[in-house]
Design a protein. Structure first.
Length: 254
């Protein structure tokens, strides 16, 4: 209600506060709590902040030495994305199998993680160089990506001097490019002693001569009262020196 002061002016009394201070504090606390609960509800309801994604991991299997089909099956079972990065010849691993992998076996990686492998191819084939002169053998080997190494010589291989008589690896064997073909050459022919053939049968004389690397020339004669098919004489005589491939002439009665 208005009132008049001593000077005749109207004045109004201030309303008295009906709310105690502790009540104000309580209301503030309740308001904060309600606001907080509401905020949590909104975050959960509408996923205002992204959820933490859990990464599922797998263990990398050992694929080395496995055929490509088996390697792919194992990789798929382990939830890995297998990629063939290249193929190369290998002497240690069978053709079509895994030589190496980009991630070591036993390592943990996320599901569907990519992993590369190298697959083995068949080795190139070694050409045949036996029977060739050394220069020809080297040229052919180099054409196929190989080198030639001379191991030594063989004296009585029955081939012209300087000819390749053995090779290692053998022809059509697998060998990585840049490898060496080891050969042996026919050496200078060594002389042999002419054996005594008189009195031998033709068959035995033939066997004896061939074992020495010599050749036999038979001259037939017809003589009465003389043993047949037996060596009567020979040329050159026993004890002389001949080289492999030289000829001995024998006379035989028929």
């Amino acid at each position: 209600m208005p009132s008049w002061d001593d000077y005749g002016r109207v004045s109004y009394a201030k309303p008295r506060s009906s709310m105690h201070g502790s009540t104000v504090v309580l209301i503030s606390i309740l308001t904060s709590a309600v606001t907080s609960v509401g905020s949590v509800y909104l975050v959960q309801r509408y996923e205002i902040f992204p959820k933490k994604v859990e990464v599922v991991q797998t263990t990398v299997p050992d694929l080395k030495g496995l055929p490509e089909a088996d390697a792919r099956a194992n990789a798929q079972a382990a939830h890995l994305a297998l990629i063939v990065s290249s193929r190369e010849p290998s002497a240690e691993v069978k053709a079509g199998a895994v030589i190496r992998q980009s991630i070591p076996a036993g390592q943990r990686v996320p599901h569907d993680h990519p992993m590369t492998v190298v697959i083995a191819e068949e080795l190139p084939k070694v050409p045949a160089v036996t029977g060739m002169k050394l220069a020809e053998a080297k040229a052919l080997a180099e054409k196929h990506g190989y080198t030639v190494k001379v191991k030594g010589t063989i004296a009585d291989a029955g081939a012209p001097e300087g000819t390749v008589v053995t090779q290692q690896p053998a022809s059509d064997s697998g060998l990585a490019k840049g490898g060496a073909v080891v050969v042996e050459l026919q050496g200078a022919a060594s002389e042999v002693d002419v054996p005594k053939l008189s009195g031998f049968s033709v068959k035995k004389a033939q066997e004896t001569v061939e074992k020495l690397g010599l050749t036999l020339d038979v001259r037939w004669v017809a003589m009465a009262e003389t043993a047949t098919y037996v060596v009567l004489n020979q040329k050159p005589p026993a004890g002389q020196k001949l080289k492999p491939g030289d000829k001995i002439e024998i006379t035989v009665n028929r």
